[in-house]
Design a protein around this ligand. Structure first.
Ligand SMILES: Cc1cc2nc3c(=O)[nH]c(=O)nc-3n(C[C@H](O)[C@H](O)[C@H](O)COP(=O)(O)OP(=O)(O)OC[C@H]3O[C@@H](n4cnc5c(N)ncnc54)[C@H](O)[C@@H]3O)c2cc1C
Length: 307
């Protein structure tokens, strides 16, 4: 892989922009739920929109490759690493507040907030709308970028407005300006950093909301493998089909490449048995795609983002 190189002047400029020290040649495996991946040329932690705007300008002016890492729960980082700057949102991006209106509850949250935390705190107050996110281990920013969803709901269903930073600075989009599809945000969001959003929820009885969350949590525990690194569903469900059922029908449950294995519990999960490399996972993905296409004529499309 071609690696970019920053000269000393650029490195100093980058250091001077940020409150947190830059982590050069930073291994990304501890930033992903797979526990896999080589280093990013640099990893930077950003605390505020102002800091991010300056960073963005620097990246654009110097034509540097960048990518946001939320909680890395839908990411496979290649063994050779990421030739660019990995951006992690922290500080003010982890803050949220709720406003109870006459007919709705408005949750204003930073992109770095954990979905687990948001859904838990909303349930505890009887705010309904985020129950489907229980057990989705990412950040709000990652969930919006992926249009994450489960049990028939997706994050775009509750989105009211979205704040992003791009080369023009900070921008707000109303929900009507954006179109979302299955595990994909609008192309307008593609080259942006999602910095925060307002979600529209509603007030219900706390016990009702908590019961729904409990039900989803139990179903996940029954269906999904625990105890190993993974990135959730590895493939998108093809229209009218379940990727997991297709993989199972091809007899691939339990199949391993190196230390990467098709979960025995849920065929659409690849788990890291401990020492899997990204190469193992990519080879297993290719093997699954080949066998499923041969058996069913259907080409599976990865849901996981590959860096
Ligand atoms: C056990 C398990 C269960 C899961 N279950 C589900 C499920 O039921 N439904 C579902 O949809 N997903 C599921 N996932 C996948 C994953 O949790 C979601 O896709 C989640 O929304 C990703 O969020 P993240 O913060 O981890 O994003 P990351 O994995 O860090 O990033 C995903 C993509 O979004 C981009 N990105 C992240 N944050 C931002 C930002 N602020 N601005 C711009 N781009 C950004 C990244 O560059 C990357 O391309 C599961 C994963 C695991 C491990």
């Amino acid at each position: 892989m071609k690696r970019y190189s920053m000269n000393e002047l650029q490195k100093n400029e980058l250091r001077a922009l940020l409150k947190h020290p830059v982590q050069w040649n930073c291994p990304l495996r501890s930033y992903t739920s797979f526990g896999i991946g080589g280093p990013a040329d640099a990893l930077v932690q950003v605390e505020s929109v102002g800091e991010l705007e300056k960073l963005f300008l620097f990246l654009v002016e110097n034509q540097l490759n960048w990518r946001v890492i939320g909680r890395g729960t839908n990411l496979l980082v290649r063994d050779e690493g990421f030739a660019g700057i990995a951006i992690v949102l922290t500080g003010g991006f982890k803050e949220y507040e709720c406003e109870v209106g006459e007919d709705a509850v408005y949750l204003k949250a930073g992109a770095g907030c954990s979905l687990t935390r948001l859904s838990g705190e909303c349930a505890a107050q009887g705010f309904s709308g985020l129950e489907f996110t229980v057990g989705i281990p990412g950040t709000l920013g990652g969930a919006i970028f992926m249009n994450a969803g489960a049990w028939g709901g997706s994050i775009s269903d509750v989105l009211l407005s979205l704040d992003v930073v791009n080369r023009e600075g900070r921008k707000t989009y109303e929900r009507e300006q954006l179109s979302f599809s299955y595990r994909k945000a609008d192309t307008l969001v593609e080259h942006c950093v999602v910095v925060g959003a307002v979600l529209r929820l509603c007030q219900k009885k706390r016990e009702e909301v908590e019961a729904v969350c409990r039900g989803y949590r139990e179903r996940r525990n029954q269906l999904q493998p625990g105890g190993y690194g993974s990135a959730g569903s590895i493939f998108k469900n093809p229209e009218g089909h379940s990727a997991g059922r297709l993989i199972e029908a091809s007899g691939l449950k339990g199949v391993m490449v190196g230390d990467a294995q098709v979960s025995e519990k849920h065929a659409n999960f690849i788990i890291n048995r401990g020492m899997a490399s990204a190469g193992d996972v990519l080879d297993l993905i290719a093997h699954i795609q080949g066998k499923v296409e041969k058996d069913s004529g259907i080409k599976l499309d990865p849901e996981v983002h590959i860096l």
